[in-house]
Write a protein that binds this ligand. Structure first.
Ligand SMILES: NC(=O)c1ccc[n+]([C@@H]2O[C@H](COP(=O)([O-])OP(=O)(O)OC[C@H]3O[C@@H](n4cnc5c(N)ncnc54)[C@H](OP(=O)(O)O)[C@@H]3O)[C@@H](O)[C@H]2O)c1
Length: 278
């Protein structure tokens, strides 16, 4: 489909910025929490019926994984109810919803990773559980016009993320200690936005897609590659998750396998582009 009137929600967030940049030629409508609260069903319905988008890209979410453990109601309302409200409102106006989810909907215990048709099971933290509920809102809706993009370990030109944290700590201290017992796929916001555009341009069948850069690493391996590509000499020491206890547990091995579309480019290549384009 030609995207003629995209509406981006969560436009001030890390991924929202990349969506805004990728769809700039279609003059997207950009909304964030000051303009629309996705926990408010009536407000969402009214906004969409007023704005009449053909595609709604939802990059809005409650994304503070540790804080979600105590801020349970808010996280649930945003991540579980938000997508339901958006899909219901999309159904009113015939729009397509692109919604974003996460590898954290899985418990990360499966050696072969997860494919697109897998349903989230036993997330190890509350954020993952709320995102799982958000996915279920799409799976159980009678309205079929949605794409669910599961992504992971996100970084990009905007927002707070691991890459910037490592660059800052490396520059300040010259050494970092990083966990080496969680494995994932670092994923570049611009590549996610590109794949979202491709799905629509190709009229890909509605449904779930895994949208991560190809390849996997631990946070330790990720940190080593960041410093290598940035040309920084920083001592990187591996450690286990127990060294840095956090309020929310993380899945150990939540690999998202891409079986429906050709793989995206390697994570190292995307990281290299990010580092040179900053
Ligand atoms: N970051 C990652 O590593 C990662 C990994 C896997 C999946 N994801 C998923 O990717 C998507 C984008 O994540 P991101 O890191 O780009 O998010 P982000 O930077 O935290 O941006 C989310 C945006 O949504 C807004 N928002 C929060 N509650 C809202 C509400 N009730 N109504 C409307 N807007 C609201 C936030 O505003 P405030 O800042 O004012 O709260 C923020 O501008 C999310 O679905 C997330 O679950 C992220």
């Amino acid at each position: 489909m030609d995207v003629r009137r995209p509406l981006i929600i969560g436009a001030k967030g890390m991924l929202g910025h990349a969506f805004a940049e990728r769809f700039a030629s279609a003059s997207p409508i950009l909304l964030d929490i000051e303009d629309i609260d996705i926990t408010d069903a009536a407000q969402v319905r009214a906004k969409l019926s007023d704005l009449r988008p053909d595609v709604v890209l939802n990059a809005a979410a409650y994304t503070n994984v540790d804080k979600a453990e105590t801020d349970r109601d808010v996280a649930e309302r945003v991540n579980a109810l938000g997508p339901k409200h958006l899909l219901d409102a999309c159904a009113d106006v015939g729009a397509t919803l692109i919604h974003i989810s996460t590898d954290y909907v899985f418990d990360g215990s499966r050696a072969e990773g997860y494919v697109e048709s897998d349903r989230g099971t036993d997330p190890v933290n509350w954020y993952g559980e709320t995102k799982r509920q958000g996915e279920e809102a799409l799976f159980t809706s009678p309205y079929p016009k949605w794409y669910l993009l599961r992504i992971a370990w996100l970084y990009g030109p905007h927002g707070k993320h691991f890459v910037d944290t490592m660059l800052r700590l490396g520059a300040e201290k010259g050494s970092v200690t990083v966990v080496d017992d969680q494995t994932g796929s670092p994923t570049y916001t611009r590549d996610v936005a590109e794949r979202a555009a491709m799905l629509m341009a190709d009229d890909a069948p509605f449904g779930t897609y895994h949208v991560v850069n190809d390849g996997t690493c631990t946070w330790y391996g990720f940190a080593k590659k960041i410093f290598e590509l940035a040309g920084m000499s920083v001592d990187v020491t591996p450690c286990t998750s127990d060294t840095f206890p956090r309020p929310a547990r993380r899945p150990r091995y939540s690999i998202l396998r891409c079986t429906k579309l050709p793989p995206m480019r390697r994570w190292e290549e995307a990281l290299g582009e990010h580092l040179t384009s900053r």
